[in-house]
Each structure stands twice: as structure tokens, then as C-alpha cells.
Design a protein around this ligand. Structure first.
Ligand SMILES: [Zn+2]
Length: 275
């Protein structure tokens, strides 16, 4: 049995390498379904459904092994229970279940990161709008298969997505990404191909890169020490986008990796076939 496990792992490694060179491979997986706030619904579509939306936000549709699917990002703020999605036919309902997200209490020495002053709040509002414009965008990209995703940087991580956060005892928004602790200067690569749609140095997020993978699927990488890409450039899976750092609101060097679908931040681990 251990021999089988070894072989199985080896096969997975080879498969990952293969994807770097051939993005139309037959082995790409859909994201894992997890019907919780911050999760993903993977919905097989009947032939007569061409369009799915939620609150007027179009939802990604992909082909996978002769079947079309809607891939819906469930907002962290979604209520539990039934959630209807609009289509060009009858609405589709999904059922959101609760999930035991942990709590995290952080001490931040720089008080401005807990209670920003009016000038900093104004800066943050402009940055938040720029990010929101990217998250609500919908570029018309179609695939023969859903894009395969790889880890953007190496490092052991715990399940930090969705944690309720208290900064110096004050409750703030839940954690909308996955933190991967890593040394300053370690390479960060694009987990899938796309176009660089955002490059900036933000108040909370520090040096940041955003990649549009198509149809409202956006990835974001924060707290970088250096950015190696330019706004508007195409980027391939595995290509270096920047280096790990500790810029913005951090307690130590790490990569903050967010994934957004239809303007909902979802758990990045759901995109990894071997998290
Ligand atoms: Zn983070």
C-alpha cells in the first residue's frame, strides 16, 4: 500500500509538470464544490441554460468532459439556507450550509492599521474602489477545460481563509484569502495563466498584483517585497509575478493569496487538486 501511495504522488507531480507546458490537457479538474459562505458551487447545466447570474453579476460557465457547468463563488456574507441564481430559464437554487470558521486575535503595533485616520481612510476608499472595479469585471474568456491551478509559492500553511479577525481586540472583516508564510524574497508565480489587471502599493495589502483569469475569476497576491510584472501584460502559469514580502498590514512575511469569483472571495484551496 505505501508503494502505491508513492506512485500515486509521483503521478500527480508529473501531471502538474505536464500542465505547465500544455494547458489544454484532459486532466484539469474543476474547483472542489463546498456549499458554505466563502465556498464554491459547481452546477451542471442543462443544454437550454446559457446564462447564469447573481445580483446582476454574471457567473462563470465552463466546459468539462462534455458537460457545461456554472462555477459560482458564494460570498462570505451569504446567509445560510436557500440561495437562488438567475438563469435564462427557471432560477437554480443552491443550499448554503454553515462552516466552523475559526477566530483569530492579532496585535498590530501600528495603530493606523487598526483605526486609520481620515487621510488614510480616503486613500483606502480609492484603493478599494479600484479593486472592486477589477473584481466586478467580466472578461469573455472561454476554455475547452477549466484552467488548472498550482500553488503560487511554497510553504506550509494552515486554514486561514474565512477567519473572523480581531485587531487589538476590535472586530474587522473576515480574512478573505489564504496566508502562506514564506521568507522575504521567495518567488511568487501565477497559479494559472491570465492577464495582469492590477499592480499597486496599497494601504492594507502592500505591494499587490491582481490577475484576471477570465469570466470574473480573479486572483490577488499581497504584501510583496517586489513586483515583477506590468499592468496589462499576459502572464503564463508558473511565471514569476513578484517576491514574498511584508508590506502593508502584516505581522510577519507571508503571501496573502485571494481568489475571487463573481465578486465573491472564496477559499483558494478549493482550486488546488492537491492542497
Ligand atoms: Zn492574509
Amino acid at each position: 500500500m505505501p508503494l502505491f501511495r508513492l506512485c500515486h504522488r509521483f503521478t500527480l507531480c508529473c501531471t502538474s509538470l505536464y500542465f505547465v507546458f500544455n494547458t489544454t490537457a484532459l486532466y484539469a479538474d474543476l474547483p472542489k464544490q463546498s456549499l458554505r459562505p466563502g465556498g464554491i458551487a459547481v452546477i451542471p447545466l442543462q443544454d437550454n441554460i446559457h446564462q447564469v447570474s447573481y445580483h446582476n453579476q454574471p457567473i462563470l460557465i465552463t466546459q468539462h468532459q462534455q458537460q457545461r457547468y456554472a462555477i459560482f463563488g458564494i460570498p462570505l456574507s451569504a446567509s445560510l439556507g436557500r440561495l437562488p441564481l438567475q438563469t435564462n430559464q427557471k432560477p437554480i437554487e443552491i443550499n448554503i450550509q454553515s462552516y466552523p470558521y475559526a477566530q483569530q486575535r492579532l496585535t498590530v503595533k501600528n495603530q493606523a492599521y487598526v483605526n486609520p485616520n481620515p487621510e488614510q481612510l480616503e486613500r483606502y476608499a480609492i484603493e478599494a474602489k479600484a479593486q472592486n472595479d477589477i473584481y466586478t469585471s467580466f472578461s469573455p474568456r472561454t476554455w475547452t477545460e477549466f484552467p488548472n491551478f498550482i500553488r503560487p509559492t511554497a510553504g506550509k500553511f494552515s486554514n486561514s481563509f474565512g477567519r473572523k479577525r480581531f485587531f487589538n481586540g476590535e472586530e474587522r472583516a473576515p480574512h478573505s484569502g489564504l496566508d502562506i508564510p514564506a521568507p522575504v524574497g521567495q518567488r511568487v508565480v501565477a497559479p494559472a495563466s491570465g492577464v495582469v489587471v492590477g499592480v499597486g502599493d496599497y494601504f492594507f495589502n502592500g505591494k499587490t498584483v491582481l490577475i484576471d483569469h477570465g469570466q470574473g475569476l480573479i486572483s490577488m497576491f499581497c504584501h510583496l517585497s517586489a513586483i515583477k510584472v506590468d499592468q496589462g501584460q499576459p502572464i503564463q502559469q508558473g511565471e514569476v509575478l513578484g517576491l514574498v514580502g511584508k508590506t502593508g498590514r502584516v505581522t510577519g512575511p507571508h503571501l496573502h493569496w485571494s481568489m475571487s469569483l463573481n465578486n465573491a472571495r472564496v477559499d483558494p484551496q478549493l482550486f488546488l487538486s492537491n492542497p
